[in-house]
Design a binder for this molecule. Structure first.
Ligand SMILES: [Zn+2]
Length: 184
């Protein structure tokens, strides 16, 4: 028995000594939090209540595209093509009465030059609307009698004079395209 006890003691001593040399970690200090370190449990609680939620930076792929605005007026929208009818007038008193030489929006007809858009009168569109007939864009700058109330009806200003306007007569069966309506 004494021999066995000695062997056991020797084994214990060897094990104890081995711990000094082997990286068993028995004497390694436990990690501690110093004053400058935040307790991870507290930090987690704070994040749970105050962390920002990522709702503002939406991915670009889900961004709503800016809708293209198509203006409209009394059910007439930009891009519409309407059946129309043309008459022609000049700046004279026969065509305009007391408004001779001046349009409803204040344009002096004699001042219009080749760089200006041709002018037309209509009551069914806002002033400054743009319409296209046969490849020519006209600016709605004038008003007229009840005949110009009908949708599609245009009175085209004719700088060549009264006789030229009369000679052009009345043109039916044209297409009037609404290029642009004013405002926005
Ligand atoms: Zn005239």
């Amino acid at each position: 028995m004494k021999k066995l006890c000695l062997i056991a003691l020797a084994v214990l001593l060897l094990l104890a000594a081995g711990c000094q040399w082997l990286p068993c970690g028995g004497d390694a200090p436990l990690p501690t939090w110093d004053a400058g370190q935040t307790d991870p449990a507290t930090t987690a609680a704070q994040w749970a209540t105050t962390a920002p939620i990522h709702t503002t930076a939406a991915p670009a792929t889900t961004a709503t595209p800016v809708p293209t605005t198509v203006r409209s007026y009394n059910g007439i929208a930009e891009g519409d093509v309407l059946p129309g009818e043309l008459t022609f007038y000049c700046e004279c008193a026969k065509c305009n009465g007391k408004w001779a030489g001046l349009t409803a929006d204040g344009t002096v007809l004699a001042d219009l030059g080749p760089e200006d858009l041709p002018v037309a009168g209509a009551n069914w569109l806002p002033l400054q609307s743009l319409v296209e007939v046969g490849g020519t864009i006209y600016r709605i700058a004038d008003r007229g009698g009840p005949g110009l109330n009908r949708v599609g009806r245009l009175d085209i200003y004719t700088p060549e004079g009264h006789e030229a306007a009369l000679a052009l007569g009345r043109v039916r069966g044209v297409e009037v395209r609404i290029v642009a309506l004013p405002g926005g």
